[in-house]
Design a protein around this ligand. Structure first.
Ligand code: DOR
Length: 441
């Protein structure tokens, strides 16, 4: 007798690592059980996916969900709910919460808080600092930890590794890839008066200029070489100069860009959005953006992460530069990138490399990130033709806004499947929280 699955997706365009195949996909016990002609098979739940693409669920390796300590901006429930509404099935959360995630106990506290509350799968970075540098070899191996995150320039929160001695000490302790926010703190301090005098966020990329980013990335690469070629992951790269440098250091450095740096441009975004466009490192001009796209095409960019960094309206209405830096994005990453696919700026398969295949491979995530028999059934169903308008009111963010409000896009996630269960359909959450801790192999 023909096998019965828990869920059958019929006649879909399935984005596999080997290319796009038009066929059926069967799910059993939370796993992808079969891919191929399953016309003879049955399931209690069958979806006609003939007009849809199936992608691996998006893996967003940079989000700030603010719990504990800053839950007026976001929390683990609202953040992970936003994730599944946007087709993101796994998130890696950052350590600049209050308190900072610097110990095994604080990491465990975050994991405990996810039980019965997380709508997506999750893992938590441990912060790297002078205080915990010697413990990092043990800390980075804790369950649910993708590795260590360092801030070289001040951003939201007090996590900071300013000098090369501590940077080197951290990089010498441990083996996993270290994720780094690369802005040069001494230069930021030197130039802060520029921001204060301008008193408008249009000065953000002037204060935090390309040299600020390049100096930090240059120092980071030198330290990584000195630490026995420790692998590093440079988060949200924003400049042409860094991309040129990183292209020469592929053996030790992987690269992230964000959808907002690929989509918004200075000076227009600051005139239109004011402090809502303010983030670190800043949105820069069209020439830098073109260099990011070029690097993406040339294979220098490995991943796209949202750097989801929500702040309240109130926090965005202080007097610049006291306005908080960061913008939310976990729910709009996939729509924005699908829109770039529709506009011909990258192929769908390249997009899936950046959003799922590469994050899973580079961080060693077990059983996720690609569509193949035996993998976890974390999937997103996408209508490539669907025209939608991104609206703040449809975001599940606690902050209640998106810088992309009013933007029309082509391509839209219509359903999210997590561990074989349909958890989002047509913009509605359809199941209680069932996210699990990510396993690393
Ligand atoms: O603008 C930013 N905001 N950049 C970061 O790296 C941190 C983030 C935050 O946590 O608010």
């Amino acid at each position: 007798m023909a096998q019965s699955f828990d869920l059958l997706l019929r006649d879909a365009s399935i984005v596999t690592p080997a290319g796009i195949v038009k066929t059926d996909l069967g799910v059993s016990a939370g796993k992808i059980a079969a891919i191929g002609d399953l016309r003879a098979n049955t399931a209690p739940s069958i979806i006609d996916a003939s007009h849809l693409h199936i992608l691996p669920g998006v893996i967003d390796t940079q989000v700030h969900f603010r719990e504990p300590g800053l839950t007026h901006k976001e929390d683990l429930a609202s953040g992970t709910k936003s994730a599944i509404l946007g087709g993101v099935t796994t998130i890696f959360e950052m350590p600049n919460t209050v308190p900072l995630t610097l110990t095994a106990e604080l990491l465990q506290d975050k994991l405990d808080r996810c039980v019965d509350r997380a709508f997506s799968n999750y893992a938590f970075f441990i912060g790297g600092s002078k205080e915990n540098a010697e413990q990092l070899p043990q800390l980075e191996l804790l369950p649910g930890c993708p590795g260590v995150k360092i801030f070289m320039g001040s951003s939201t929160g007090s996590l900071l590794v300013e000098d090369d001695a501590v940077l080197l000490q951290i990089l010498k302790n441990g083996k996993k890839r270290v994720a780094v926010h690369a802005e040069d703190e001494p230069r930021l301090r030197e130039r802060r008066a520029l921001a204060e005098t301008a008193a408008h966020p249009r000065a953000h990329p002037v204060w935090r200029d390309e040299e600020t980013a390049l100096r930090a990335t240059t120092r980071l690469l030198a330290a990584a070489r000195a630490a026995n070629n420790r692998p590093v992951h440079v988060l949200h790269v924003t400049t042409a100069q860094e991309m040129a440098l990183l292209a020469q250091n592929r053996d030790i450095a992987t690269v992230e860009v964000t959808p907002q740096h690929l989509t918004l441009t200075a000076p227009e975004c600051y005139e239109r959005l004011g402090a809502y466009a303010q983030m670190n490192p800043p949105i820069r001009d069209a020439a830098h953006q073109a260099a990011l796209w070029q690097a993406l095409q040339n294979g220098v960019v490995d991943m796209i992460g949202s750097d989801h960094a929500p702040h309240t309206h109130e926090e965005k209405h202080h007097a610049y530069p006291a306005t908080h830096s960061g913008m939310p994005g976990v729910q709009t990453t996939l729509p924005l990138m699908l829109n770039h696919v529709a506009a011909g700026r990258l192929t769908l398969t390249k997009m899936v490399d950046l959003l799922a295949h590469n994050p899973a491979r580079i961080y060693g995530i077990m059983n996720k990130g690609s569509i193949a028999v035996g993998m976890d059934a974390d999937l997103v169903l996408v209508d490539m033709q669907r025209r939608e308008t991104i609206q703040s009111k449809n975001m599940a963010y606690k902050c209640g806004w998106t810088p992309f409000d009013g933007m029309a896009v082509t391509g839209w996630p219509v359903a999210t499947i997590l561990g074989g269960q349909i958890v989002m359909q047509e913009g509605e959450v359809t199941a209680p929280p069932s996210g699990k801790m990510v396993q690393f192999g």
